[in-house]
Design a protein. Structure first.
Length: 291
């Protein structure tokens, strides 16, 4: 067996292993255990009772994760080295495992081992779709964020001039005004601590706070939700399109393989027909010679 054929066989076996349900479920269970260990280590009682064992289990799981990544990289083959970003989730898992390896060696960074929990998102398809949607909606978020910042800035300047002399602790300068307005938008004591005291001194203040709350807390929030939902729908449609493309390619490859088989059979039949004719001519020549 040539080295190329052997490598293709290794790649096929690695791909078959990574796609198997048992392998995926086993890695997911290990990820959950690895994510739980840093949480267990926050308990002094648990550390005193199981500290060495927790450390051993954590090291063993980390070694398994390294082998898992090697198998996944092998399954991708040369594409990983030619296009390292071809599988973004593999790169994400690789970076998390590298951080965990570094954190295990440096005491100050041991808390970073809990980042292993983030790998759960890369193993469960619905979570992976949500994360992909959030990332793909960042451009839309940026537009809404610019509008939100403009609204906050204009409102901060207005409240500083309108309410600053009366309530210097809340609206004494632009920074205090922005903090107070942020308190209003997240509804953190906004009525008792901000709005009602201001309205007690300025009864007309509702004409500012009501539109501000509607615009920021409701309208822009709905924009954020709409952007995420739109991104999720786009990702689902794209996933369906990719699945259809894969099915079409598989059907086309199967048809091409079938056509190759037909051409091979036709060639074999032509060869057999030619051999039969040749044999028939030889027999006729033999009969003529004997006659």
């Amino acid at each position: 067996m040539s080295s190329t054929a052997f490598w293709h066989q290794v790649v096929d076996k690695s791909r078959e292993l990574t796609l198997s349900r048992g392998f995926q479920n086993g890695i997911l269970i290990l990820i959950c255990i690895s994510a739980a260990i840093p949480g267990i280590e926050t308990s002094k009682t648990a550390v005193e009772a199981f500290g060495p064992w927790l450390h051993i289990v954590d090291r063993i799981i980390l070694v398994i994760f390294v082998f898992e990544l090697v198998i996944r990289i092998t399954a991708i083959g040369k594409i990983f080295f030619r296009q390292p970003g071809a599988d973004s989730w593999l790169m994400f898992d690789l970076s998390i495992v590298v951080i965990a390896l570094i954190a295990n060696e440096l005491l100050m960074l041991r808390a970073l081992r809990v980042l292993q929990a983030l790998r759960i998102a890369s193993r469960i398809t619905p979570l992976r779709n949500v994360v992909s949607a959030l990332l793909s909606s960042i451009p839309g978020f940026s537009s809404v964020l610019v509008i939100l910042l403009l609204v906050f800035y204009v409102s901060g300047v207005m409240t500083t001039h309108l309410f600053g002399p009366t309530f210097p602790d809340l609206f004494g300068d632009l920074g205090k005004s922005l903090i107070s307005l942020f308190q209003v938008i997240i509804f953190d004591g906004w009525s008792a601590e901000v709005v009602r005291p201001v309205m007690h001194a300025h009864p007309w203040a509702w004409a500012f706070f009501l539109p501000f709350t509607l615009i920021t807390a409701f309208t822009l929030l709905n924009f954020f939700v709409a952007i995420v939902v739109n991104a999720m729908q786009h990702n689902y449609f794209e996933a369906d399109a990719q699945q259809e493309a894969r099915e079409f390619k598989a059907a086309r490859d199967e048809r091409a393989a079938l056509m190759r088989e037909i051409r091979t059979l036709r060639s074999d039949m032509n060869a057999l027909t030619e051999r039969a004719r040749e044999q028939e001519r030889r027999e006729q020549d033999r009969d003529k010679g004997s006659g």
